[in-house]
Ligand binder design. Sequence first.
Ligand code: SAM
Length: 276
Amino acid sequence: MQVPKPHFAPSAARSDVKEHLPTLRRETPNDASNYARVFMSDGAPARYEEQYRAGTFDAHMHQLQSVWLRQLCQRHFDEPPVHIDYACGTGRIVQALQAETQRAIGYDVSDAMLNRARRRCPDAEFIRVANDAPPDPPLVGCAVIATMYRLILDADQPTRDTGCSFLAEVLRRNPGSIAIVNNHGNTRSLRHFARYKGRQGRWVSELSDAEARRLFARHGLEVVDWFGIGHLPQSLYGSAIGRGARWLNSYLARRQLLTSVAIDISYVLAIEHADS
Ligand SMILES: C[S@@+](CC[C@H](N)C(=O)[O-])C[C@H]1O[C@@H](n2cnc3c(N)ncnc32)[C@H](O)[C@@H]1O
């Protein structure tokens, strides 16, 4: 029997985080520099971008996420907002939103990641930050879309808090702003059951919706909307039903059905009591 060609190529490279974080965590838990160290090497940007190679599951997720972010911008703001991206990495989200924003500022701890972002988005400003203290939130004189993608799942608690406290301050200082933070390993998704399959106990991180909401609430961030993508686990994409999985993922994302069991959830956050 002929097996149909997989629609998605498997990612060749494992992420830096998956490779190194379990060891780092065991060595010194609760040290914010652990997570940051993963992205410091010269090879980190290329390894990170390899995950998003055309045809991979991550490239598909990126495409769904980018379309939704651009539509959110168009719906929410009368004028193009300023984009502030915390833990911007190689500029993936800055680039995805650049057509909808008037300018962008990215923050990250890694010079290697920032240098790649500067080459990718030459019109944006990129600032290096310390890994244990939030930078001064800019006062930009108009509404901001503040984003923090792919940080809270794998990072340790101090790093999550640093990022959320920065976003909360950005929203307080710039009225009319919103923040978007994603959790790309939702505990209640089907990925939960796939995490042990064929992985020989390899560490895969998860974060529950309740944990994410508690984190936001501690910083005065209120969830006003959410968007879920990727309902079928990545392992299915290389299989015979890969094409169907892609179609179903796109369909559920467009309709926003079953958000609570999506693998990757983007939360739209506003500052609580912004007007009081
Ligand atoms: C998984 S990458 C995500 C990059 C980008 N947000 C994206 O979605 O493509 C995580 C990024 O967080 C950065 N990072 C780690 N700790 C940080 C901290 N304390 N403050 C700011 N950035 C940090 C890393 O250098 C890395 O670029």
